[in-house]
Design a binder for this molecule. Structure first.
Ligand SMILES: Cc1cc2nc3c(=O)[nH]c(=O)nc-3n(C[C@H](O)[C@H](O)[C@H](O)COP(=O)(O)OP(=O)(O)OC[C@H]3O[C@@H](n4cnc5c(N)ncnc54)[C@H](O)[C@@H]3O)c2cc1C
Ligand code: FES
Length: 352
């Protein structure tokens, strides 16, 4: 049984099959709706139900409080259709809606796991013959390790020009259900299942100057965007802010310098937040939002400039308001928050 879902204000129509959520149906049909956690916790996919019968799966009342539910707001990642629906999208990005790629599942094998810093690893994955992944620089995949029944989201650090050799930059958390496997458990040849592409923090096709801001493993999508600009011989002003704790947490400095040499106007601004007293360091210090505040010049509101921000939610929450004060329009600030799944699974108030 399939129903028709009409998405307003664009009047875009798609079908939704029995058993899938509206968000899953959109992904399947290459319609990239706004999303974050994909599990009813973050409210990124909140929309208004204009017409039709639905059922909502378990969600957090932080994401959708009761008073909003009473006013017919819904979470698309939790919504199942029981009739044709009309839905008003509250947030959408027309460019992404148009050029999204249908989400698919791929089989791959671990090619290598390399140590980049004390707690950051480069995971290289080889997809099978004929399993070319189409994506846009900056997007992410859900990677599952079938043997351990664990799945997590990871941004691609590689570019669309390499559809079968995929790279991921992953921070290892002690005891992390997925990242912990990179220490000694996963080995070359091990089977992975990868689903995607997801995400809206992908490189836009205009000529606007770009501001990249990230920290820790937030390097991955920014590196993909930077590599993609170079591989496509696109020259535009780029300012790249990157936050780490200590000198030993910086990586890829050499590659970034080489990539930067392809641009007429490029600046890489690494900053350290936990420099030990007496330690040698010529660059910026402090949290990355403070450094952006100090070093990014203000432009008149509405001027052309794109900002891509990647990393854990507190980094994004701190950086986005600073970018606003620098005159960058909200709809030109693109980010995918690196939610920790375990925090999503923590016992917050939920509604069946
Ligand atoms: C859209 C998206 C893109 C992402 N891209 C990347 C990426 O490119 N690289 C990357 O390394 N991660 C990325 N993540 C985060 C990733 O999906 C996992 O959440 C992370 O690797 C931890 O998973 P785990 O199974 O190892 O740890 P879990 O078993 O889930 O957690 C173990 C413990 O580690 C700690 N922990 C886990 N995650 C965090 C966190 N983010 N901040 C603070 N403490 C934490 C907590 O104490 C937690 O209890 C992304 C997440 C999202 C939603
Ligand atoms: S994507 Fe739907 S609530 Fe997070």
């Amino acid at each position: 049984m399939a129903y028709v879902v009409r998405l307003e204000p664009m009047g875009l129509e798609m079908d939704v099959e029995e058993g899938e959520t509206v968000l899953q149906a959109a992904f399947r049909q290459g319609i990239m709706l706004m999303h974050g956690c994909k599990e009813g916790q973050c409210s990124s996919c909140k929309s208004l139900l204009v017409e039709g019968d639905i059922d909502l799966m378990r969600y957090s009342t932080f994401a959708l409080p009761d008073y909003e539910r009473e006013q017919d707001y819904i979470l698309l990642c939790r919504t199942k259709a029981y009739s044709d629906l009309t839905i008003e999208l509250l947030n959408y990005d027309e460019e992404i809606l148009q050029f999204a790629v249908p989400v698919k599942t791929f089989s791959g094998r671990v090619e290598s796991i390399q140590k980049l810093t004390a707690d950051i690893r480069l995971l290289t994955v080889q997809l099978g013959d004929g399993e070319d992944l189409r994506f846009f620089a900056g997007q992410y995949l859900d990677i599952a390790v079938p043997r351990f029944g664990v799945s997590r989201s990871y941004s691609l650090a590689s570019t669309p020009q390499h559809p079968r050799e995929l790279e991921f930059v992953i921070k290892v958390y002690p005891g992390g259900a997925f990242s912990g496997l990179l220490e000694n458990t996963l080995h070359p040849g091990d089977v992975l299942t990868l689903t995607g592409p997801y995400g809206i923090c992908c490189r836009r096709t205009n000529d606007a100057p770009a501001v990249l801001v990230g920290g820790g493993s937030g390097m991955a999508p920014l590196l993909s965007i930077l590599r993609d600009l170079v591989e496509n011989q696109i020259d535009r002003p780029v300012k790249f802010f990157y936050g780490a704790r200590q000198p030993g947490d910086l990586f890829y400095a050499q590659e970034i310098a080489e990539l930067g040499a392809h641009f007429t106007d490029f600046e890489f601004i690494p900053a350290l937040s936990h420099l030990a007293s007496g330690e040698e360091w010529q660059g910026e210090t402090g949290f990355i939002h403070e450094v952006v505040s100090r070093r990014l010049e203000r432009i008149p509101n509405g001027s052309d400039r794109d900002a891509y921000v990647c990393g854990p939610p507190p980094l994004i929450d701190a950086v986005v308001p600073v970018l606003h004060t620098k005159g960058i329009d909200g709809e030109r600030i693109y980010f995918d928050k690196f939610f920790a799944s375990s925090s999503l699974e923590s016992p917050i108030q939920t509604k069946e």
